[in-house]
Design a protein around this ligand. Structure first.
Ligand SMILES: Nc1ncnc2c1ncn2[C@@H]1O[C@H](COP(=O)(O)OP(=O)(O)OP(=O)(O)O)[C@@H](O)[C@H]1O
Length: 226
C-alpha cells in the first residue's frame, strides 16, 4: 500500500514587491514513500519558492501542507523547526559545511539538536551514513581539505543523519561537474531504490530529471505535468 509522505493542497503564494505578484497557483500534488521526484521548469517559474514552502521554511502562503499526514500549516516557527529537524533533510546547491570542523563533526551537527540520541549514538550513525556514501575514509579530515564532489556527499550524509522522512534538494548538482553530478545522482537513485528513502529535488538538469522516478513540471507558477 502507498504511504503518503507529503501532500500539498491548493497552495497559492504572492510576493508584494511592491505590487502583488502571484508566483504559485493552486499547487496540488502528493509524494509517496520511496518516490524520487524531480521538480523542473524554466528559471523563475516558482520552483525554489515552492520548495521553501514544502520544507516548512516559508509559512506565508495559502492552502495546506501535510507531512507524514500531519498538517504543517498554521504551526509556530519553533514547532516547525523541530519537525524540520526530525523529518526533513535538505541539500542545497552550496554545501554549507563548516570548514574548520571535520567531516564527521559536520555530519553529526544536526543530530545533536535532537535530544533522542547520545553523543556516541550520533557518532555511530554519522559513520554509518559516511560509509553508505563511500566516504567514511574522510571522517577525520577538515571539511576545507576535501573536494567539491566529496563536500556534496558529506552534505548528503549530514542531511540523512536524523533519518528524515523526506530528503529535499534545491539544485544539489548545480555546482558540480558532470562526473560529480553523476555520482550524486547515483547516490540519490541508490537511496530510493535500495534504502526506500523519499526524494524531492529541484533541478535544471533535464537528464537528471528524466532518470529520476517522476517529474513535476512547472510553468509560470503552475504544475503542468506530474
Ligand atoms: N523575495 C521575493 N520577492 C519578490 N519576488 C520574488 C521573491 N523571490 C522570488 N520572487 C519571484 O518569484 C518568481 C519565482 O521565483 P523562484 O526563485 O521560485 O523561481 P525558480 O523557478 O526557482 O527559478 P530559478 O530556476 O532561476 O532558481 C520569480 O518571478 C521571482 O522573481
Amino acid at each position: 500500500m502507498k504511504e503518503l509522505i507529503l501532500e500539498a493542497r491548493h497552495i497559492n503564494k504572492q510576493f508584494h514587491d511592491p505590487v502583488t505578484v502571484q508566483v504559485l497557483h493552486d499547487i496540488t500534488f502528493t509524494v509517496n514513500k520511496g518516490e524520487f521526484v524531480s521538480v523542473i521548469g524554466k528559471s523563475g517559474c516558482g520552483k525554489s519558492t515552492l520548495l521553501y514552502i514544502l520544507s516548512t521554511m516559508d509559512t506565508d502562503y495559502q492552502g495546506e501542507l501535510l507531512i507524514d499526514n500531519e498538517l504543517m500549516t498554521g504551526r509556530s516557527d519553533t514547532e516547525l523547526a523541530r519537525i524540520r529537524n526530525e523529518k526533513i533533510g535538505f541539500v542545497f546547491q552550496f554545501h554549507y559545511l563548516l570548514n574548520e570542523f571535520t567531516v564527521l563533526q559536520n555530519v553529526m551537527l544536526p543530530g545533536m539538536k535532537l535530544a533522542k540520541y547520545s553523543q556516541q549514538e550520533i557518532e555511530h550513525r554519522a559513520l554509518e551514513k559516511l560509509k553508505m556514501l563511500g566516504i567514511d575514509n574522510l571522517a577525520q579530515k577538515k571539511a576545507y581539505k576535501i573536494s567539491g564532489g566529496e563536500k556534496q556527499r558529506v552534505a548528503i550524509a549530514r542531511a540523512l543523519i536524523n533519518d528524515p522522512l523526506i530528503l529535499m534538494g534545491d539544485e544539489p548538482t548545480g555546482n558540480l561537474d558532470s562526473l560529480n553530478s553523476e555520482m550524486v545522482f547515483d547516490i540519490f537513485k541508490d537511496l530510493t531504490d535500495v534504502h526506500n528513502h523519499t526524494l524531492l529535488i529541484v533541478t535544471h538538469d533535464q537528464s537528471f530529471a528524466e532518470r529520476s522516478g517522476r517529474i513535476i513540471e512547472m510553468e509560470d507558477g503552475r504544475i503542468i505535468r506530474h
